[in-house]
Design a protein. Structure first.
Length: 460
């Protein structure tokens, strides 16, 4: 009798560990003539790899307790998808004729069809985007109002005729609204750029498009366009409220100001927690926990979302590995001739690392100051190196040769920049002659603080 009980208990425990069918978003289908048998599914800042069989068929189960907006990347093409727990979506496409063959089946076919038609509509709109930015404010506003109505007519047609999920329809309407708000927000800058103007005079009621917004609607946290609006809104208002001047992005003071503003502005507790998490998470990605320890500790001690807490704690733990004073992670990079180089080669010297890419505007802006920095310190006990994170290695080689950069030029072929938690570029790291990190987020070449940091070092 005892053995029967134990066997039943084991079965029950095993069953409890398995995801429920209602927690699984099922995606399958056939993709033919793709350049690779590997495609990617992007969702919630995660990239899942989907392996195709030789005949192009695939099946993928995504565990999620809530609907997921995702993008399927096939070669150079992409398809916007909506996945929901307990429901299936089947995709079929000939990658060699993507636009004309993409089709769907399954319980979520109608929603996928809508997203496909929306994508085609947006593509047509963006073809004339430059010409629309040349329009005067009233004309641009009228054109964008008209396009919003066309988009909503498309959505309503699917809701009424095809029976799209109501929850999806609510989020999608918010997505259309906040994409509209974003376009009107960025119009002044775009108009000045394309019309080559220094100023643009807007109608007095220009920002009426923000009237009546319910910023405490928790659904906004499930709409990327709304999240983008909220991030910008919080940043602008928090900086003004705290009286912070200049470029304060990434500073602990700015993070604290944003958290204070969130707590005063957003009454929905779940929304408030997610917004605070998002801003702390961004801070960690940019500059780590330094200076923001109290805000991080406060969040970890009061937050209720266990997944967010675990993700944040992991980032804090990862940063502890590269904290100032810790040994720099060992890494291998290659030079222009393909020769491998390691950090150990530079033991006994100070090392200033510039993580960059040829496509990164701010990185290129820092190059002239870096040239000057190298010229001023090249005879001192320091190795200045630029490590490119370019995926396009020939583009890196071409730029280095054309510009004639004289300091150490290396290429990161194995994503070793991940060891230094590089999430934004340019990123600068300063290492001592003993191989220990002096500053895991060192000043930029254009900042006076970088020379002060160098000159403070004994033996440099």
């Amino acid at each position: 009798m005892k053995n029967v009980f134990l066997f039943s208990l084991v079965l029950a425990l095993l069953a409890s560990c398995q995801p429920k069918a209602t927690d699984i978003c099922k995606l399958s289908g056939t993709i033919t003539n793709a350049d690779s048998l590997v495609v990617r599914l992007i969702h919630d800042r995660v990239a899942d790899t989907l392996q195709l069989a030789e005949d192009g068929t695939f099946s993928f189960d995504l565990k999620s307790e809530k609907p997921v907006n995702a993008t399927l990347l096939i070669d150079r093409n992409r398809a916007s998808l909506y996945l929901a727990p307990g429901k299936t979506l089947i995709i079929s496409v000939d990658a060699a004729d993507f636009d004309n063959t993409l089709g769907f089946d399954g319980e979520l076919r109608t929603t996928a069809d809508y997203l496909l038609q929306k994508s085609k509509m947006q593509s047509e709109w963006f073809k004339g985007y430059r010409d629309r930015y040349l329009l005067e404010p009233a004309a641009f506003r009228a054109a964008r109002d008209s396009f919003l109505q066309v988009q909503r007519d498309l959505l309503n047609g699917y809701v009424e005729g095809e029976g799209i999920d109501q929850g999806f329809a609510e989020r999608e309407d918010l997505a259309l609204q906040f994409r509209y708000i974003s376009d009107l927000t960025y119009y002044p800058g775009g108009h000045k750029y394309y019309a080559k103007l220094d100023t643009v005079i807007l109608p007095d009621d220009w920002e009426s498009f923000k009237d009546g917004l319910d910023l405490n609607n928790a659904l906004l946290m499930e709409v990327p366009a709304a999240q983008s609006f909220l991030n910008n809104y919080i940043s602008e208002e928090a900086q003004k409220a705290a009286g912070l001047k200049g470029d304060v992005w990434g500073s602990p003071e700015f993070l604290i100001a944003k958290i204070d503003f969130i707590k005063k502005t957003f009454t929905d507790p779940v929304m408030q927690e997610k917004l605070i998490y998002s801003n702390i998470d961004q801070q960690l990605d940019a500059n780590g926990p330094a200076g923001a320890e109290s805000a991080i500790e406060d969040y970890l001690s009061t937050a209720t979302d266990s997944d967010q807490k675990a993700a944040l704690q992991k980032k804090v733990d990862d940063w502890a590995v590269i904290a100032n004073g810790q040994p720099a992670p060992a890494f291998t990079v290659v030079d222009m001739e393909g020769n491998a180089h390691t950090l150990d080669e530079f033991k006994g010297k100070y090392v200033y690392i510039d993580f960059w890419a040829t496509w990164c505007g701010p990185c290129i802006t820092e190059m002239p100051p870096l040239v000057k920095l190298y010229e001023d310190y090249k005879d001192r006990n320091i190795a200045i190196m630029s490590i490119s994170v370019d995926k396009d290695k020939p583009a890196w080689e071409k730029m280095v040769k054309e510009k004639g950069f004289a300091w150490f030029q290396f290429h990161d072929e194995t994503n070793m920049n991940d060891l230094f938690l590089v999430r934004y570029i340019p990123t600068y790291v300063f290492i001592g002659p003993d191989g220990k990190i002096i500053n895991n987020r060192a000043p930029r070449p254009s900042e006076a603080a970088v020379r002060e940091m160098f000159d403070d070092q004994k033996g440099l």
